[in-house]
Ligand binder design. Structure first.
Ligand code: GTP
Length: 416
């Protein structure tokens, strides 16, 4: 049932899971609170068109969040993502509710034929979500804050086997301090094991060389051995080389698996010997979902917020200090409010000045028109006066006045 969502984001649909996803295991994670309340998670998928972004999202969440393109007649052109789309779904597993939102933007080299615009589009999409959150925080009633911030950015790298492209580097450099970047090698079934290993190394070298900060999967010493091993393994797989498919195919030994069937065999999505899909899913949904949310809130958003407030002339020491210091928080709110008022006042002044200028120019125009009319009338009168004087002179200097002449002159004078 579509339900309206807050902050102008698209409606939420209820989705039924087709199988077990794993986020119900979240109680194992550090923060149990969000699990009880249900939680929101927003992932942004970025990469060239056709790299399998929609397919992977459907595979990850085991649900057709994206309508399958296979239902289209073969003659129809495969729809591409041409505008910023965000799809939200409420999914529930073992009583744990997750509101999942996927933000999808046009791939570069396709609809947006300009690389700068491609980066800018994503930048704006991320920042506008920070803005929306900050605005909610500054409201008087902060009871229900919808967290639509981007918690993870899945960056799809084309499986070229070479190294990162300039657009990949540009994108990551611009957004690495705004989002949790998770690099993914798309369509890993098109590369051999050795090619994947060396490509991963080259991608990591490029990332290090350009000082790009990707999401670092932390390992916790106080966890049980199994979890620690999982954490280490996840970290070792980055960038994840993945294969996506929601299709069930039959393996030569008769098993039904999600995968891609080729004449020479089946690539199994959920087989860790075939690709890193399982590790990516564990990271996103089970092991690090809470960390991704937490890091977004405490580091990425906090940095954005500090920058924003500094721009408005408010210095803040640290978020922790602010939390325990209501006076500082109030001061910050007041400054924000005052800044808003000042902006409104400046806008009103501008409108007022414009209106005054318009009125003045109109008055000046009608004044000039009046002057012109006045001048014309004066000139016409002057002309008449001169004519009359001329006539008078002619009459006076004319012949002596006989009674006949007298009548003629009078008639002429009256006609004039
Ligand atoms: P846009 O919406 O245009 O940005 O495309 P997209 O990145 O969402 O790609 P999509 O999921 O629509 O997949 C494009 C094509 O690639 C489809 O034909 C998929 O079946 C295929 N595909 C998806 N994932 C994989 C994969 O892991 N390996 C291979 N070989 N093909 C894949």
């Amino acid at each position: 049932t579509p339900a309206p969502s807050s902050a102008g984001f698209p409606p939420i649909v209820r989705k039924k899971l087709m199988g077990y996803v794993g986020f119900a295991n979240l109680p194992n994670q550090v923060h149990r609170k969000s699990v009880r309340k249900g939680f929101q998670f927003t992932a942004m998928v970025v990469g060239e068109s056709g790299l399998g972004k929609s397919t992977l999202i459907n595979t990850l969440f085991n649900t057709t969040l994206y309508p399958p393109k296979e239902v289209l007649p073969p003659s129809a052109e495969r729809p591409k993502t041409v505008a910023i789309e965000s799809i939200s779904a409420d999914i529930e597993e073992n009583g744990v509710r997750l509101r999942l939102t996927v933000v999808d933007t046009p791939g570069f080299g396709d609809f947006v034929n300009n690389e700068d615009r491609h980066v800018l589009t994503h930048y704006v999409a991320v920042m506008s979500r920070f803005d929306a959150y900050l605005e909610q925080e500054n409201r008087v009633n902060r009871q229900k804050i919808a967290d639509n911030r981007v918690h993870a950015c899945l960056y799809f790298i084309q499986p070229t086997g070479h190294s990162l492209k300039p657009i990949d580097i540009e994108f990551m450099r611009r957004l690495h301090t705004k989002v949790n970047l998770i690099p993914i090698i798309a369509k890993a079934d098109t590369l051999t094991d050795e090619e994947i290993a060396s490509f991963k190394q080259r991608v990591l070298n490029d990332i290090a060389y350009h000082k790009i900060q990707i999401f670092q999967a932390p390992t916790y010493e106080n966890e049980d051995e199994e979890t620690q091993a999982e954490q280490e393994e996840i970290a070792s797989k980055i960038p994840f080389a993945v294969v996506g498919s929601n299709q069930l195919v039959q393996t030569p030994d008769g098993r039904q698996v999600r995968g891609r069937a080729y004449p020479w065999g089946v690539v199994e999505v959920d087989n860790e010997d075939h690709c890193d899909f399982v590790k990516l899913r564990q990271m996103l949904i089970r092991t690090y979902m809470e960390e991704l949310r937490e890091y977004t809130n405490s580091h990425l958003y906090e940095a954005y917020r500090t920058e924003k407030l500094l721009g408005m002339g408010v210095a803040q020491d640290s978020s922790v200090f602010k939390e325990i210091n209501p006076a500082l928080k109030m001061q910050e709110e007041r400054t924000l409010h005052e800044a808003k008022l000042a902006k409104m006042e400046a806008e009103m002044n501008l409108v007022f000045q414009q209106k005054v200028a318009e009125k003045e120019s109109k008055l000046k125009q009608s004044e000039e028109e009046l002057y012109a009319r006045h001048r014309e009338m004066k000139e016409a009168l002057e002309r008449q006066r001169l004519e009359l004087e001329e006539k008078k002179k002619r009459i006076e200097s004319g012949r002596p006045l006989t009674p006949e002449n007298k009548t003629k002159t009078r008639n002429r004078f009256l006609r004039a």
